[in-house]
Design a protein around this ligand. Structure first.
Ligand SMILES: C[S@@+](CC[C@H](N)C(=O)[O-])C[C@H]1O[C@@H](n2cnc3c(N)ncnc32)[C@H](O)[C@@H]1O
Length: 211
């Protein structure tokens, strides 16, 4: 599927044009995703966990892992003291792996960036989205709904690949700040998410506090 050594379906997912294509790629990749990402030195979940624990008190909830995949972050959130975490992903296959880890209180097979999400306003104390705001996945259009369903004072922790950042994402964040919808609580320096891979386009971690 790819020339890269460990990236499973990622190159294909980057090139995907439609959400159904992305879901199918991840369905297929779900069996080997954890091993492939571990071999590639995948960093986004670790960075997101570090940021979330710095900005959200232990035990805060409920949380939403938006684009949870196989649940890498969910496992660590359970260990570090966030017992109420829900998972959302477009891929049934990835969600099945996440479910098997037994750490999520609910699983939602839904798409970000399209139809409104079926959650009430101000539902979540925190939202984490690692490796989702990237090429071929979800763009800045996915932000508004995450802000709507996050409680005022809650945080949204996400990673954004430079490809998106410099194609309007940075401006969108600046606009949201000017509108008073969010405050940029933290932004990391750019880093490469998978040092073991050929794709060296950096991403950054971002913490938005919802107002
Ligand atoms: C690189 S994986 C990251 C998964 C997990 N957050 C992690 O860090 O291991 C990207 C995930 O985003 C999901 N995804 C892609 N597009 C999506 C969309 N529009 N809505 C919801 N999930 C999406 C994929 O199915 C996949 O599980």
């Amino acid at each position: 599927m790819t020339d890269n050594k460990h990236d499973g379906g990622l190159s294909a997912a980057y090139a995907a044009k439609r959400p159904e294509e992305v879901a199918a790629i991840y369905d297929k990749w779900s069996e080997t995703y954890d091993a492939d990402m571990s071999a590639a030195g995948y960093r986004h979940p670790t960075i997101c966990l570090a940021l979330l624990t710095r900005h959200l008190p232990r035990g805060a909830g409920p949380l939403l892992d938006a684009g949870a995949g196989t649940g890498l972050i969910g496992e660590w959130l359970a260990i570090t003291g966030y017992p109420k975490v829900e998972a959302l992903d477009i891929s049934e296959g990835m969600l099945a792996k996440a479910a098997a880890k037994g750490v999520y209180t609910a699983l939602h097979c839904l798409a970000l960036g399209g139809l409104p999400l079926p959650f009430a306003d101000n539902t979540y104390a925190g939202i984490v989205s690692a490796g989702v705001f990237t090429s071929g996945h979800v763009g800045a259009e996915g932000l508004d709904e995450l802000i709507r369903i996050c409680k005022p004072g809650g945080v949204i922790v996400l990673t954004v690949k430079n490809t998106l950042w410099y194609a309007g994402f940075a401006e969108r964040i600046a606009d949201l700040e000017v509108q008073g919808a969010v405050v940029r609580a933290e932004e990391t320096a750019p880093y490469v998410s998978m040092p073991g891979e050929a794709d060296t386009i950096p991403s950054r971690g971002l913490v938005l506090r919802v107002r």
